[in-house]
Design a protein around this ligand. Structure first.
Ligand code: AN7
Length: 399
């Protein structure tokens, strides 16, 4: 089925046809895809979940897929008892092909690159975007260039980009400088840009909302997720709004975005009720995935939070690392630090009385813990080796 769609400026409403390579409106603002939602009526049947299950809502004709999406929605039974919640779920996006939610966006974005006949693709990345783009461009036989902030990406993500065959280009500076470089390079050279300013990326990521509804068969009261470049919160909100516009649901969840305290321009914007984002010059956090000072989708994201009656909150690195341990040791779900900020945010907001234990809440955990093993290994000391005799064993296992 070919879906009808066009790109539209979120500020002035200007329209662009799908065969144009355009990321920004001529007025300077950013674009989003508008979809004809009459595509499919009985699609949300709780079965066979994947990004491409929702093809009628995806604005591409080609398909570069590695079987992304269809990630589990875990009822967090232990955690919810610990903290007195009634319905608490973890949507674990670390269980995608390259172990982050970025795969949902890349399957659609790289499909679009193929459709447009582009041979080269590129992105700036704090790690996961580059790992994902590297994999999908390998699958689609495109040349891939990834610009990363030098020295500041998790080891697992770097290994992925290398082994999938991308050209890894370290940029002096942080993610924001890398993004500027890649945006300029894609303007000048014949390269398709696959950062989340590209609206097709967000079209794939909106399927997180579709899947949550498909799995729960209802709309949760609240979604909590980490915010970096602010694409994912925008995408999930768009997904729910489309479900409502098409008549599948009659209410919307409250969007709750979490940033790290050393990297929180969106939290400031929300708290101070600003109308423009003030970028943070030197973002710093253990959650390197969301070490981003100038989020490109801030307009979409602040709309999502404000329209939904939501919140933006910050958490400290210590809170993030503690939450990572809690989720792993209580639920068996190992996520990277950025993802653990969802859990840390929930705990902080609950402590403040800002959210309600009766709500049906979904925590989106965006990337796998093994992406960044150092953050765990460096924080512990393993005991000295012992002899394997049974006297020692008996003591150690507490018999
Ligand atoms: C695990 O890879 O920006 O708010 O360049 O890897 O949509 O940016 C990663 C972002 C959350 C934030 N969790 O999502 C990149 C990059 C994880 C991430 C985010 C990222 P956005």
């Amino acid at each position: 089925m070919i879906t009808m769609h066009y790109l539209q400026c979120i500020s002035c409403g200007n329209r662009y046809e799908p065969d144009e390579i355009v990321y920004r409106c001529s007025c300077g603002s950013i674009l989003e895809a508008v979809i004809d939602l009459d595509g499919a009526k009985n699609i949300f049947d709780g079965n066979n979940m994947s990004v491409w299950k929702y093809q009628p809502f995806l604005p591409v004709r080609r398909r570069a897929s590695l079987n992304e999406g269809g990630t589990p929605l875990y009822p967090a039974e232990n955690l919810k008892r610990d903290i007195g919640y009634r319905r608490l779920y973890v949507k674990n996006e670390g269980e995608n092909p390259t172990c982050s939610f970025k795969d949902r966006g890349m399957t659609v974005g790289v499909s679009k690159a193929m459709e447009l006949g582009m041979k080269k693709v590129a992105c700036a990345s704090t790690g996961n975007t580059s790992a994902s783009l590297a994999a999908y461009s390998a699958h689609a036989a495109l040349s891939c260039y990834v610009m990363i902030p030098s020295g500041k990406i998790a080891l697992g993500k770097l290994a992925q980009a290398i082994v999938y065959g991308a050209k890894v280009i370290p940029i002096k500076g942080n993610f924001d400088q890398a993004l500027e470089a890649v945006m300029e390079a894609s303007r000048r050279f014949n390269i398709y840009l696959l950062n989340s300013i590209n609206p097709y990326r967000l079209e794939g990521q909106k399927t997180i909302a579709y899947e949550i509804f498909d799995q729960l068969q209802e709309v949760p009261d609240r979604i909590i997720l980490p915010v970096g470049n602010a694409g994912n919160i925008s995408a999930i909100w768009k997904g729910f709004k489309e479900l409502k516009a098409a008549g599948f649901i009659d209410r919307l969840p409250v969007m709750t975005g979490i940033q790290a305290q050393g990297s929180m321009p969106m939290v400031r914007m929300f708290a101070e009720e600003l109308s423009e984002l003030i970028p943070e010059a030197s973002p710093e956090t253990v959650a390197t995935a969301i070490r981003i000072g100038n989020p490109v989708s801030w307009q979409k994201a602040i709309n999502a939070v404000r329209e939904s009656g939501g919140l933006m909150e910050s958490v400290t690195d210590d809170e993030i690392l503690a939450a990572q341990r809690t989720l792993a040791s209580r639920e068996g779900i190992f996520v990277e630090p950025a993802s653990a900020s969802s859990v840390a945010g929930l705990l902080k907001l609950q402590g403040q009385g800002a959210i309600d234990e009766d709500e049906t809440t979904v925590l989106v955990t965006t990337g796998h813990g093994l992406k960044d093993p150092n953050v765990v290994i460096d924080s512990i000391q393993i005991m000295d080796p012992v002899d394997g005799d049974m006297d020692t064993m008996r003591t150690l296992v507490g018999e």
